[in-house]
Design a protein around this ligand. Structure first.
Ligand SMILES: CC(C)(COP(=O)(O)OP(=O)(O)OC[C@H]1O[C@@H](n2cnc3c(N)ncnc32)[C@H](O)[C@@H]1OP(=O)(O)O)[C@@H](O)C(=O)NCCC(=O)NCCS
Length: 250
């Protein structure tokens, strides 16, 4: 009798997501005392912010990261060690990896007072949150959208929003808003660990739930939109896996 390896089902892949508006949370804002949980690199970065709201959201996000991972691993938040080595210059500003447990993948994002964290054991993950207004500027399409997508969102009715034949990664009739397109692309590039070293205009906006190879030769990934606080768009991406994944909101 042939023994068959159990196939991974779609529901097996899970990404846990936290999205918080640190500007409206009732809890007291994190302060200097809380910064003791950060490592030296995080404290230095936090101290360099010149505007208070950015400093506050940076601190809130990194405390959230340490608290949630600490709970998962049953470890004190301040004991967690991260490596953020940039593959280009070796400085500590690249994709964060959890040294203590590399199988637990994480991704983080900040947009104004809104912070986002994604954790997954199903594969490398990427999350992005953006204020919708940040995608509303002259020339956005030229820096963010593939040539076939430009003008799609505001196209006259009846015009195809995107070329249907280009890739299975794009919905045939509904174009995402500029902000939705941006967060899907950036979440995808973060999941690959390359960030904006890959030009977002070189690939089409991934379609939610559809595995897509956005960079030739790099792993396939799947993006999902995530409900975000008013005025923001958010998306999460997961590499590997056969298709969609469960997003658990916290
Ligand atoms: C990743 C990137 C797209 C995020 O930009 P952003 O929209 O301004 O910021 P976000 O708040 O959404 O995300 C920031 C987080 O992304 C993460 N990040 C940084 N580089 C990353 C990468 N290559 N892949 C995945 N995540 C990355 C970090 O955790 C960072 O959090 P931190 O600043 O609190 O440490 C951008 O920093 C980037 O493209 N970096 C790569 C560019 C590069 O490496 N150039 C070469 C330099 S030598």
């Amino acid at each position: 009798m042939t023994s068959r390896r159990p196939r991974r089902r779609m529901g097996d892949a899970v990404v846990d997501v936290w999205l918080r508006d640190t500007g409206v949370e009732r809890a007291p804002a994190p302060g200097v005392d809380d910064a003791g949980a950060l490592d030296e690199h995080e404290r230095e970065r936090w101290a360099r912010f010149v505007d208070a709201p950015s400093a506050r959201s940076y601190l809130a996000l990194h405390l959230l990261v340490r608290t949630q991972i600490g709970l998962l691993l049953d470890r004190p938040p301040e004991s967690l060690r991260f490596d953020r080595t940039c593959p280009d210059c070796a400085r500590q500003h690249g994709r964060p990896l959890l040294v203590d447990d590399p199988g637990l993948h994480l991704s983080l994002s900040r947009a104004g007072s809104v912070v986002a964290l994604a954790l997954s054991r199903s594969g490398p993950v990427g999350i992005d949150v953006e204020q919708a207004g940040r995608a509303q500027f002259e020339g956005f399409g030229g820096v963010a959208l593939h040539a076939r997508e430009r003008g799609a969102a505001g196209a006259p009715s009846g015009a195809p929003s995107v070329a249907p034949s280009v890739a299975p990664s794009v919905a045939p009739s509904v174009a995402p808003s500029d902000a939705a397109s941006w967060v899907r692309k950036e979440a995808a590039l973060k999941a690959l660990g390359v960030g904006l070293r890959v030009d977002p205009t070189t690939f089409l906006t991934p379609r939610p739930g559809v595995p897509t190879e956005i960079v030739p030769g790099m792993p396939c990934l799947t993006v999902m939109d995530v409900d975000a606080p008013a005025g923001c768009a958010a998306a999460v991406a997961l590499t590997s896996g056969p298709g969609g994944f469960e997003v658990r909101r916290h």
